[in-house]
Write a protein that binds this ligand. Structure first.
Ligand SMILES: Cc1ncc(COP(=O)(O)O)c(C=O)c1O
Length: 451
């Protein structure tokens, strides 16, 4: 047995050996969470922090929820892992059945993988293969439409349909081309558009691309309602349903990436429900397991499924899989997550929290360097600007967002910004009191660092 490392040793190893995601390791200051309960994280020294971003947008019912913990323990007593390659287990089958019952109408089959990016890879590859082997094949449909500033994960297919220059430009030589349409950003409308014309102009731009290229396009990929990593950029109402109408009219499949916005986050179980949209593919991850374990799902329609059926020799099989896709421990905690949604009436209970967040954002909007506040359900964003009138941004190397979050940390609130955008995205189980503490820390952080 090795002796347990001391806190100092852990910090030293963490700085020197562990390579953290999206982190400049030359500047990294260890932030080591040793345990957690509810919405509170506890570090090695016993300091407590509210989890203001749901451990990166995935925690739903809080940490160490007894129902979720128990579900994993019970599954451990049966089996920890069964492959999904030609085999199955009762827990994963039950989860698939449950998801189909909850998802927008028409989504009837579930392909499991393990992360948001893989859920997208699956959808992107299936869309292409669908057009090649359906009854009336259209092998020319190999292209994709995606929005500017989209983020769909960090594997190469997901990066190809993504469009956040700062993350993705480096990998340009490895990516496939996509047809890009402007993101209908309500704060910074694309060139030539105004707040008033944003919806109609954005849909017209999409329609033009579809008119000209639909023969080459397999699918359009979209983050419904909110483009997360772009800075919680929010679309005007009607855009998603407009996209669905146009993609249907031009015979292009629609891939809804609900990795960040699904599982109750926007105030409905799935963001697509806000505009009564049924996509051809629905991608879920993050909150699917309540933020406990890596598990992802790509839900598809009967039409897609049918195109992959045939004799083995026909070669219609979907040759794609991940070792831990559909892992029963993940499925067990996903089922428990859905149970807790029902038992605790999570979505109904979110109402007053959404209202309280709106009140806080309205107050923050008055601050001199807050250019814009925006909200969808329990996603709140506060965009800092150098000049409120001209919307001139702070240069990103100034790390304004990080400065506010560092301040919040001193008040026991853990947040992670997106450049100049502060994100408030706590577990759905957050209390009003905890929400007040998070908003207060953000407010004092902004005042202290932008004075
Ligand atoms: C909309 C969206 N899609 C996909 C992903 C990728 O998910 P993962 O990090 O689990 O691969 C993310 C992650 O933030 C996301 O926000």
């Amino acid at each position: 047995m090795h002796a347990s490392p001391s806190p100092e040793q852990l910090r030293e190893w963490d700085r020197r050996i562990v390579w953290h995601a999206f982190t400049q390791m030359a500047e990294y200051e260890p932030f080591i969470i040793e345990r957690a309960r509810g919405c509170t994280l506890v570090d090695l020294d016993g300091n407590e922090y509210l989890d203001g971003v749901s451990s990166l947008w995935c925690n739903v019912h809080g940490h160490r929820h007894p129902r979720l913990d128990e579900a994993i323990r019970r599954q451990l007593d049966r089996v920890a892992h069964v492959t999904s390659l030609g085999a199955s287990n009762p827990t994963t089958i039950t989860l698939a059945h449950r998801l189909v019952g909850l998802a927008p109408v028409g989504l009837e089959h579930v392909f499991f993988s393990d992360d948001g990016a893989t859920a997208l890879e699956v959808a992107v590859k299936m869309a292409l293969q669908y057009w090649r082997q359906r009854d009336e094949p259209r092998p020319g449909k190999t292209g994709y439409i995606a929005l500017e500033n989209a983020y769909h994960g960090d594997t190469l297919g997901s990066v190809s349909v993504g469009g956040v220059a700062r993350f993705h430009a480096m990998f340009e030589p490895l990516l496939f081309d996509v047809f890009r349409v402007p993101a209908p950003d309500t704060y910074r409308p694309p060139p030539g558009m105004s707040a008033e014309t944003l919806l109609a102009d954005s849909l017209a731009r999409l329609e033009n691309v579809l008119k000209e290229h639909h023969d080459q396009i397999a699918a359009m990929v979209i983050e419904p309602l909110v483009q997360g990593a772009a800075g919680m950029l929010m679309h005007p109402p009607g855009y998603l349903s407009g996209v669905r109408e146009l993609t249907r009219r031009f015979d292009v499949l629609l891939i809804a990436d609900e990795v960040a916005v699904g599982m109750g986050r926007t105030g409905k179980m799935f963001a697509c429900e806000h505009e009564a949209v049924s996509p051809d593919f629905l991608c879920l991850a993050k909150g699917l397991t309540g933020g406990y374990l890596p598990l992802a799902a790509t839900l598809v329609t009967e039409t897609i499924w049918q195109a992959f059926l045939g004799d083995y020799a026909e070669g219609k099989t979907f040759f794609h899989g991940h070792t831990y896709g559909g892992n029963p421990l993940g499925a067990a905690v996903a089922l428990a997550t859905l149970d807790v949604f029902e038992e605790e009436q999570t979505i109904v209970e979110m109402g007053p929290k959404i209202d309280r967040l709106a009140e806080h954002l309205a107050r923050l909007d008055e601050l001199p360097h807050v250019g814009h506040v925006r909200q969808r359900g329990l996603i709140g964003a506060v965009e800092l600007v150098r000049d409120k009138t001209t919307k001139e941004p702070y240069p990103w190397p100034e790390k304004r967002g990080i400065a506010v979050c560092n301040h919040a940390l001193t008040e026991g609130v853990w947040l992670r910004p997106l450049g100049n955008v502060l994100v408030v995205m706590p577990p759905l189980s957050i209390t009003l009191d905890e929400l007040d503490r998070i908003a207060g820390a953000v407010e004092r952080g902004i005042v202290a660092t932008t004075a």
